[in-house]
Design a protein around this ligand. Sequence first.
Ligand code: ATP
Ligand code: MG
Length: 221
Amino acid sequence: MRIGLFGGTFNPIHYGHLRASLEVKEEFGLDKIYLIPSAIPPHKSPRGVVDAKDRFHMIQLAISDQSDFIVSDVELDRPGPSYSIDTVHHFQKILPKDPRFYLILGTDAFYEIDTWKAYKDFFDLVPMIIMLRPGDRFSMAPKRHSYFETFLKTKISEKYSYSEDLSCFIHPEKQSIFIAYITSLDISSTHIRDLIGRGKSIRYLVPDSVADYIVTKGLYL
Ligand code: ATP
Ligand code: MG
């Protein structure tokens, strides 16, 4: 089993998250992807972040017809801020030994990883799949001598190098880092919240079920 762990605020979930998940799943032959909304995002001000139960429910609506996508409430049940490292430990503990986990994140999130709790541990524990995020000024092909490689070498370890054969960054002791060249969809939750605030439509940026839920509950007004 290959399992993707995809965390975020999902405030709200949108087609950028959904299409990216599907493409990563297919490209990396993942069997399942867990979408894991954070309860109290450690890096965001709680202002403007709607109740975790609403964000959870919107993910449920968005993935209802995709049985290999699963929404996880692990971070919602945990008291205090949500730390991804605790989530990785949780999955490694509750699921049998054989699945291989992959941490999925966008380039924007990756370039902040050195602010995460115990961030160096991720590189020992799980391979990562980094998705190019449009609008990110560093999202040019993260190969040799790029900002990406420099970041990896200076913040994590000098011994990372790009393997053309394996199409990923490899390290003698640490886990590999894969790059996912997904379809660029320049959609963000920030933009969606902004549109709602200005009374504009969010149709075709999120599934209709999510748009309807937002209207019914009067979220982001
Ligand atoms: P916000 O604008 O509130 O920060 P967001 O759209 O960035 O919201 P998050 O919940 O912060 O969404 O992102 C969760 C994860 O999904 C991050 O790893 C982020 O890089 C990734 N992601 C979000 N939107 C996209 C997108 N359009 N394409 C690729 N990856 C994305
Ligand atoms: Mg974000």
